[in-house]
Design a protein. Sequence first.
Length: 596
Amino acid sequence: MRQHEQQENIRPIHHHLHMHFDREWFTELDHRVRGGGPWDDWTLYQLAYESEESGLISSFDEMQCLVHLGQLEPMPHQLDTAKRVLNEMRGRAILADEVGLGKTIEAGLILKEYMIRGLVRKTLILVPASLVLQWVRELNTKFGIPAVAQKKAYMWQQSDVIVASMDTAKRDPHREIVMGLEYDMLIVDEAHKLKNKKTTNYTFVNELRKKYCLLLTATPVQNDLKELYNLITLLKPGQLGVQSSFKTNYVVGKRIAKNEVMLQQELSKVMIRNRRGDGGVHYTKRVVKNIPLTLSPDEQALYDGVTDFVRTRYQESPGDLTSMLSLITLQREVCSSRDAVFITLVNLFKKTAEDSPMRAKIWELVELIRGIKANTKAEKTMQLVQEINDKVIIFTEYRASQEYLLNYLKERKISAVPYRGGMNRGKKDWMMDLFRNRAQVLVATEAGGEGINLQFCHNMINFDLPWNPMRVEQRIGRVHRLGQTHDVNIYNLSTTNTIEEHILSLLHEKINMFEMVIGELDTILERIEKKGSLESSLFRMVMESRSQEDIRRKLDEIGDTFSEVQAEIAQEPPQGAEFRTILDAAYGGQGIEVRT
C-alpha cells in the first residue's frame, strides 16, 4: 500500500531548454561577399591558420612533449619506452634498461608528456643523495621541467616537482609532511633498494599516495625471485596475485623460475628492459692504452719492503679476516703512492704494542718513505695531461694520492679540482661545474665512479686500478655512455715487478674486461663471487705464490674461470636460467637491443 502511495505522488519534471542561434556572422559574411570585401590581411589569416593548426593533435598516441625539448633528441628506444608506459602501462612501470641506456631520459619524457597533457602537476622524485642535483639539472636543462632539490621543510608543499633523497624523505619531520600530500607522479631511482618488504624504504614508498609511479633499476632481481614479486606488487598490487600463488606458479627455487612464458607475459605488462644489441644506437670506441712504468730504486725498495712485511703478517695469521683486509689495503696502497701507504703505516705503528718486533719493521718502512723524493706515476700522469691537452679525469682509490696529485698539478700550473666521497652534494655539484667550464683535470676517488655523467670529457687515466673489474667498468661508464660523441681514451698506469702488473694482465688479457659489455660482466662476477671474494682470492694468490711463474699460473686459472662462466651463461637454456636471462627473454620482440 505504501509503495502504491509513493508512486502516485511522483510527478514528472519538465526541463525547459532555450536555444538561440547567432546569425550575425553569416549576415556580415553575406554583406562582404556581395560587396567584394573588405577582407582582413592575408598574412594575418595565414598566421591565425598556422596557430590553430599547430594546436591540433592528429593522433592520441603522438608525443606532445617533443616540440618542447629544445636541444634534446631522444633515442628511438627511449621514445618507444615512453610511449609504451603512456599507452599500455597507464603510467605505472619498472624501467629496467641495462646501465647507460638512459633510464633518466625515459622518465623525463614520461613526466614531461603527462605534465603537458595536464595529468600531472605534483611530482616527487626519490634518488640517492649523490644524484639529487644531477636529476635537478637534467630535468631543468633537457626537459624544461622546473624541478628543485629539497632543502627546507616548506619546499615539500610549495614545490610542484621536488627531488629528494630517500633517507631525507622517510625520516621525521619530513615523513609526516610527505605522507600528508597526494602526488600525481612518483619516480624512484635505484629502485632495487625496495626489494625487501620488511625495510623502511619499502614501507615508506608503499604508503605514499600516488597516481602514477616509475621505478628505475638496472637490476630488478639480484638474489631471489621474491624481490621481483615485491617490486611489482609495490607498483601494481595484485598483478602477480598473492605471494603463495606466485611461488606456486612461477618459482622452483630462489634463483630458478618455471612457467617462463607465463611469467614473461606478466612481466611485459609492467616492466621494460632495453639491452645493448642490434637497435641502431652505437657507442663510440674505447681506445685502451696500457702504460707500464719502472719504479725508481727507492720506490721499488719500498714496494718490496711492504710486500715482505705483508707476507710475514699473513703467514702468521692466514685465517684472521680482519687482519687480511688491512693487509690487502696496505698491499694496494703501496702501488698507488708513498703518501697513501705512509698514512696506513703510521696508524699501524700507533696501534702496535711497544714491545712488538713488528713495530721496528714498520718504522723501517716509514724511513724508506722519507727517502723517496720522486713519484714515477705522477711524472707520467703529468706528461699524459700535457700531451692530451684537453679535459682529463684521473681516478685514484686513495684520498692521500688524490691530495698529492692535486698539489703536484697545481705546482706545475695545471688547473685541477677534486671529487670525492664526504663532500656534500652542493660542493660536488660545484666541482662538476668547475671541471666542465674551467679546470682541465678532475682528480676523483672512487666516489667519482658512481652516479655522475662526464660525457663532455673523453680522456681517463687510471692512476691506480681497483682489483674488482666491476669498479673499473663503473669508472669508464662515467665517460663512455650515451651522449658521448668522441672515442674514449683510457690510460692504465701499472708498475712493473709489482702486483699491479698482474692485476692489469688479469683485467686486460685474461678476461678482456675493456671489450666486455657491462651486462655481461656483472653477471659473470655474480657467479664468481659466490665462490669467494675476487679481491681476497687475488691477495691470497700473491701471498702464497713462491715465484712470478707461480703467480702467472694462478692468474691463468682465474682467467680460465671467467671464460668458463662466460661460456656457461651463453649456453644456458631458458629453464633454470639466471635472472637476467629470464628478464631479457621477457621482452623478446618488445624491447630493442642497443649495440656497444
